[in-house]
Design a protein around this ligand. Sequence first.
Ligand code: FA5
Length: 351
Amino acid sequence: MKDQLEALRLEIERDVKAAKSLAELEQIEIKYLGRKGELTSMLKGLANVPADQRPELGALANKIKQAGLDLIAGKRDSLASSRYDAIAETERVDITEPGVRPPEGHLHIMTQTIREITSIFEKIGFYRIRYPEIDWDWYAFEALNMPPDHPARDDWETFFMDAPSTKKGKMVMTPHTSNGQIHELERHKFPIRMLNIAKCYRRQIDATHTPMFHQFEGLLVDEGVNITHLRGILDYFAREFFGPGRVSRIRPHHFRFTEPSFEVDISCGVCGGTGMVEKKKCKVCKRGWLEIGGAGMVHPNVLKATGVDSKKYTGFAFGWGIERVAMMKEGVKVDDIRVLYQNDVRFLKQF
Ligand code: FA5
């Protein structure tokens, strides 16, 4: 048995030395020193050895076991440290190398446009205010002089909310920002110089319409306000937003909540409002002017509905689509409004 033990010691030494990985080393430990390992079963076999040889063989077996354990522990350390050396080598970080800049985003063209419009109007005393984008029928239609059976109400292609009706009617996803006029007038705080910028919703989708879009609504109400003030503001906006030399014009139109009502055009930046470029029709506008939205003098019925004295106060309102206004800016070439909301970074990063 002594020879067997000595042979086992040599085997353990040889295998441990040859081990190339921690996993292999663990298998060796189990094979020789584990609960069912070869040395353990030899120790169990001591019971069959003559009693006088047992102490000596027992001591030898334990010595071999301890030597094996020490050998394995030493080998484990050296394998672990060489593993770390390999990691350190392959995953080395050169902190002196120049860094890689992470991609940097910027504000969406709509946010940029909203900020620009806000600052243009703030310069002349308008204040930005926000009213609900889900509102009662009263604010979106009724108080705006649009009674329920009026055919104009069909034109708005409105999304109605599935909620019970109240004294103020049904709830709607606002189809325009003109609901802000009613909220603001109901406050009875004069003079009013409101700029309401919000999302609007209509059942429309094609190259010039999206189901969600933005409008900005101006409302100025005070004593003695007339159309010349409106004209001045429209020209001011044309110059500030589109560039010096651009002017506005108004054409008769019809809205239920303004009287008189107008369609507002801006002179085309490409042909300078003449409609001709090098003796040919201007490709951008065809007639010298680009349509941007509606405007008009606040209808006396709207003032009455909100309890405002229409003999004392007069005012004007205008409401334009921000997507369309942004698309009309020089240098912005977008022929399908839907691309604004497709989140294609290749498109968005141009602005
Ligand atoms: C109105 O919404 C009126 N409330 C404007 C107004 C305000 C008139 C105050 C008078 C006084 P209209 O439906 O024409 O009017 O819309 C105004 C602008 O919103 C349009 O010229 C267009 O630029 C934009 N617009 C309307 N529908 C859409 C849509 N589906 N997608 C993108 N823009 C739209």
